[in-house]
Design a protein around this ligand. Structure first.
Ligand SMILES: Cc1cc2nc3c(=O)[nH]c(=O)nc-3n(C[C@H](O)[C@H](O)[C@H](O)COP(=O)(O)OP(=O)(O)OC[C@H]3O[C@@H](n4cnc5c(N)ncnc54)[C@H](O)[C@@H]3O)c2cc1C
Length: 459
């Protein structure tokens, strides 16, 4: 990085938004994945659309790799930069440009924090359902780039289901607009669909048009305790098979329950072997009906207790506790590997057994929780990366988890993306032809390979 180039970035972004100091740069060298940090050559914080586009173009003209970063909460190494590259952090682009109540959409800049956006639309009795466990910190740009899921995926889908359009800067700094503000749009190629989940490898989002839906009138949350993870997971399948679709259907094993309770003191039953946390929402009459059916199914499948949250504070407390699962487990060991291999939901009981077998076979401590209702479990391996023999077993265990999920017709990632962490496993899930097509798309849109190199399809 020459002084002249740094000067040009300063001219574009303002001197105060270009960070050269090693300590400042080190803060952008890692994300939430367990991967070795890489300190970038420079960090930029553009605060205008123009500065964002010009920064991208300047990187390309000079062959400087660039990694866009929202809040760096991704779990797949998506924001680990290149040593001689630039990190472009989006928290200077955090305007909610428009919330259109009549047409139920919003236009946002990429650096808007997910929970702040959800709260802003809720004030207008509108609803933006995608809710990653990290929503208090993560950004909408990061969510779209990872196609983030969350606790409500079962009923409401994931981020891709709410993206109506994306405006992005291509590698030359040209503004490309996809999608529209209409509910339907069948014009041209569906380029937006290609950009969702592209993890910063195909373009840099500058604005996103998001679909909103009416806020559900009523919600009811309940907690059911079970004697085994197997009975809890069979209950999940039974609820789905009965065609009841809760907004949220989460599972936790005893190890996770105890860690979460020690961390959050929300009143979770630490003696339970397994827990289902369920929320139903909608019209009040429908909510009552669904809640009654869910309770019956839980009891028929051996639930030891079913508790309905009686106040909003109680409900919010339980969900906040659930969202703290990763942080709670992270307190127990120096290294935490949280996976998200996903199976068709009817195979959840089988996957639970597989995880128990893998923990035993590789002598690993695995806490399991996750979005059981959509087949997306988060087996979390607690370890210490400095212990090299244990780390080898961890790596073997992770691969075994992927293999078992794929054998059940599942996928490597339900919501955390591919990044660096899963790039080498891609061929296990998809064909050589699909990888070749992906490489051709990347080469066509980014011939100099400067947009987040090494992610998804590897080097
Ligand atoms: C405690 C915790 C709980 C979590 N729970 C969930 C969960 O329930 N569901 C889930 O899906 N994930 C979850 N995650 C993972 C993570 O929060 C998501 O992947 C989230 O979408 C990342 O958002 P971010 O703003 O931190 O993006 P970052 O981590 O900064 O970036 C993620 C990717 O997006 C790209 N990117 C960012 N901004 C742009 C842009 N403007 N244009 C193009 N590309 C861009 C980056 O280059 C990178 O590849 C969790 C993480 C933590 C730490």
């Amino acid at each position: 990085m020459t002084p002249l180039l740094i000067q040009e970035f300063q001219n574009i972004c303002g001197k105060e938004n270009v960070w050269e100091d090693k300590v400042e740069r080190a803060a952008y060298s890692y994300d939430a994945a367990v991967l070795d940090p890489v300190i970038p050559a420079l960090v930029l914080r553009p605060t205008t659309q123009e500065a964002l586009g010009r920064s991208v173009a300047l990187c390309n003209q000079n062959g400087v790799p660039l990694t866009v970063r929202g809040s760096g909460t991704n779990l797949s190494g998506g924001t680990i930069p290149y040593a001689h590259g630039v990190v472009i952090v989006t928290n200077g682009l955090k305007r909610i440009v428009e919330i259109n109540e009549a047409d139920m959409y919003a236009v946002v800049e990429p650096g808007v924090v997910t929970a702040k956006f959800a709260a802003a639309v809720e004030q207008k009795k509108l609803f933006y359902p995608p809710d990653p466990g990290s929503q208090a910190v993560s950004t909408l740009g990061g969510n779209v780039a990872e196609n983030a899921g969350g606790l409500r995926g079962l009923k409401y889908g994931v981020t891709k289901d709410y993206v109506m359009g994306i405006h992005f800067f291509d590698v030359n700094g040209e503004l490309i607009k996809t999608g529209s503000r209409t509910v339907k749009c069948a014009t041209g190629y569906n380029l937006g669909a290609l950009l969702v989940g592209s993890e910063g490898t195909l373009g840099v989002f500058s604005r996103i048009i998001l679909k909103l839906i009416p806020l559900p009138a009523h919600r009811k949350s309940m907690m059911a305790t079970f004697p085994t993870m197997r009975s809890a997971s069979e209950t999940v399948s039974a609820i789905i098979a009965a065609h009841v679709v809760p907004a949220t259907l989460e599972i936790m094993d005893q190890f996770t329950i105890q860690a979460v309770e020690n961390f959050s003191h929300a009143g979770l039953p630490t003696e339970a072997a397994a827990l289902l946390l369920i929320e139903v929402d909608g019209h009040p009459a429908q909510v009552e009906d669904d809640a009654a059916r869910v309770e019956t199914i839980c009891r028929e499948h051996g639930a030891e207790g079913v508790r309905v949250a009686s106040t909003a504070a109680e409900r919010d407390g339980v969900w906040a506790a659930r969202r703290s699962a990763l942080s709670a487990l992270a307190q127990l060991k120096p290294t935490l590997v949280l996976e998200d291999a996903t199976v068709p939901r009817s195979r959840i009981p089988e996957m639970i057994v597989a995880l128990e077998e893998i923990a035993k076979q590789y002598d690993l401590t695995i806490g399991t929780f996750g979005h059981a209702g959509d087949g997306n479990l988060h087996p979390t391996i607690l370890t210490d990366k400095r212990n090299s023999s244990e780390w080898k077993r961890v790596e073997a265990g992770i691969e075994a988890i992927f293999d078992r999920a794929l054998a059940m017709g599942g996928t490597l990632s339900g919501e955390h993306g591919t990044g660096i962490a899963k790039a080498r496993f891609l061929a296990k899930e998809t064909t050589a032809g699909t990888i070749l097509y992906s490489r051709r798309i990347k080469a066509a849109l980014d011939p100099n390979n400067i947009l987040n190199p090494g992610k998804i399809i590897g080097e």
